[in-house]
Ligand binder design. Structure first.
Ligand code: NAD
Length: 251
């Protein structure tokens, strides 16, 4: 029996990519396509699992409905505040819930490399994250850029909330040793570029990932939905789906 998916945000850029990619996988069927204004509860009763790529304001109610119905949930939506993230995470005590800011294999490898480079290069290197996305993107910085800065902060014993500095304007003074710079560029149809910069006097290392098709995110999210079906209740991300969790801990 194919896994019947509810695609939430079906009319959006990612929703359309998910529907197109699922069509070529016989293990999957689109049970329902839901967008703003549609009856989510009625659609949920027809499906085995849900994939949500909508808007940060939508995801919490989706997670609560999935938890009440016992249906696995994959969340690709980004831009949630801390309270929304906590409420979504609370639902994972009842269902398998994969919540990832980026579903591409390349970006999840970048997460791993970002941690390793921060550990190897040490505290003398200044850390900056630069991301670029298409002109229609609503949240900033991207969820992926936020995760990259969280990884850098963890590696340096810093705090995302206190030490990340979003853009610079005016007489901001010299760069401090502990700040992590964050810069969001918007324009055109860029699917998603992320660069982590490690800069010291005399040398600079840059790690860059560029996505050129949304299919890379869609196929990752579909893979996550098939994987989640056989997992116990819990909060997972793409590192778990790809089996990179152990690899990240290797020294
Ligand atoms: P989009 O604006 O093209 O699509 C969002 C869709 O959600 C729209 O069709 C909109 O009508 C719909 N929507 C809004 N409110 C809704 C509701 N209450 N119920 C159902 N549908 C509703 O955006 P997009 O480019 O497809 O991106 C969607 C989200 O996914 C964003 O948060 C984006 O940052 C994120 N994203 C994540 C990844 C990843 O790998 N995790 C990759 C790309 C995009």
């Amino acid at each position: 029996m194919p896994l019947r998916l509810l695609i939430n945000g079906a009319k959006g850029r990612m929703g359309q990519a998910l529907i197109a990619c699922a069509a070529s996988d016989s293990a999957l069927a689109i049970g329902a396509q839901v967008d703003d204004g549609d009856d989510f509860a009625a659609a949920l009763s027809l499906c085995d699992a849900v994939i949500d790529f909508t808007h940060a304001s939508v995801t919490q109610s989706v997670a609560e409905a999935c938890a009440d119905a016992g249906k696995p949930l994959v969340i690709g939506t980004t831009g949630h505040d801390d309270a929304q993230r906590a409420a979504i995470a609370a639902c994972s005590t009842r269902i398998p819930l994969v919540f990832a800011p980026n579903f591409s294999v390349g970006v999840n490898t970048l997460f791993w490399l970002t941690q390793k480079a921060a550990e190897i290069l040490g505290a003398d290197f200044d850390l900056e994250v630069v991301e670029m996305h298409h002109r229609l993107k609503k949240d900033s910085p991207s969820g992926t850029a936020r995760r990259l800065a969280e990884i850098l902060a963890e590696a340096r014993d810093l705090s995302y909330a206190k030490d990340v500095r979003h853009g610079r304007e005016g007489m901001v003074g010299e760069r401090t040793k502990t700040e992590i710079g964050m810069h969001a560029v918007r324009g055109g149809d860029v699917v998603g570029d992320h660069t982590v910069i490690y800069a010291n006097v005399g040398e600079r290392l840059e790690l860059t990932h560029k996505a050129s098709s949304r299919d890379t995110f869609a196929n990752g999210a579909l893979r996550a939905a098939k994987w989640a079906r056989s997992q116990p209740a819990g909060l997972y991300d793409m590192q778990d789906v790809l089996g990179l969790r152990g690899a990240i801990d290797l020294s």
